[in-house]
Design a protein around this ligand. Structure first.
Ligand SMILES: [Zn+2]
Length: 259
């Protein structure tokens, strides 16, 4: 098992890259999440700095495996789970031809094997201090805009995430994945994963499952890999620099601040 304070990291293999293995992961208890072993320390440091500024930074989602992504995919395709258009409005899956239905799924959900959540480097985060105790975040853009409960978190991440090696790969509208202000990524480790996840790795992972729309996926996979995997915001230099020397949990002071 990799150690929390490892400063280097071993490149992920094809099974890990596509969420079919858990050998790269470490379970954190507080806040509870499953992350790449080299990302756990930096995330705890980010979490502690946010807490110092009154933000209870919680993961709504961290690692997600291949089977779970398959389930989400098939449910959205069949209309068993809400399908949203790019503006966040619910649309009827059955009313769309297969290619358009898949485009709609891809705006908000990755192809199984192509989710950055498989890497353990990416998390969806919200501020639990800004919500009533019994409320869950919806993870919609309005929550992170001015006037929304997570507007403060959004501004805080813009100012501080890079210092801890994190950035937001879905900040801009690029015609691929819709902008997701809640989705953060550890620059150094994720950039390495992104470089390794080519269309051939993805094609091999998908060859082993029964997926709705498989024929269409097979025909268009190179195009979709380019638009929904590769076309993301590049990690800023500051985040890459900060994440060259991952922070270990031991470097955190008693009050949770960096020492
Ligand atoms: Zn996400």
């Amino acid at each position: 098992m990799p150690r929390l304070d490892d400063t280097g990291f071993r490149p992920l293999d094809a099974q890990e890259l596509t969420g079919r293995a858990r050998t790269h992961l470490l379970q954190l208890e507080s806040p509870r999440c499953l992350l790449h072993a080299a990302v756990a320390g930096p995330f705890l440091a980010l979490h502690a700095a946010a807490a110092h500024d009154g933000i209870d930074l919680r993961p709504a989602s961290s690692f997600r495996d291949f089977d779970r992504q398959c389930l989400i995919w098939n449910e959205k395709f069949r209309g068993d789970r809400p399908l949203l258009d790019r503006s966040g409005q619910v649309i009827l899956a059955a009313s769309l031809p297969v290619a358009e239905r898949i485009e709609a799924i891809l705006a908000w959900s990755a192809l199984p094997g192509a989710s950055r959540h498989h890497w353990g480097t990416d998390l969806d985060v919200y501020d639990a201090a800004a919500l009533p105790a019994d409320e869950r975040p919806r993870l919609v853009p309005e929550e992170y805009r001015e006037g929304g409960p997570f507007a403060r978190l959004d501004a805080w991440l813009t100012s501080h995430a890079a210092r801890f090696g994190f950035f937001r790969p879905y900040a801009a509208e690029r015609g691929g994945v819709a902008p997701e202000p809640w989705h953060i990524s550890h620059a150094r480790v994720a950039e390495d994963c992104l470089a390794r996840l080519d269309a051939a790795v993805l094609r091999e992972a998908l060859s082993s499952v029964e997926l709705e729309g498989a024929g269409e996926i097979d025909r268009r996979i190179d195009d979709w890999h380019a638009r929904f995997v590769r076309a993301v915001d590049a990690a800023p230099a500051a985040a890459l620099m900060a994440s060259l020397s991952p922070v270990s949990a031991r470097e955190l002071g008693d009050d949770g601040r960096m020492v």
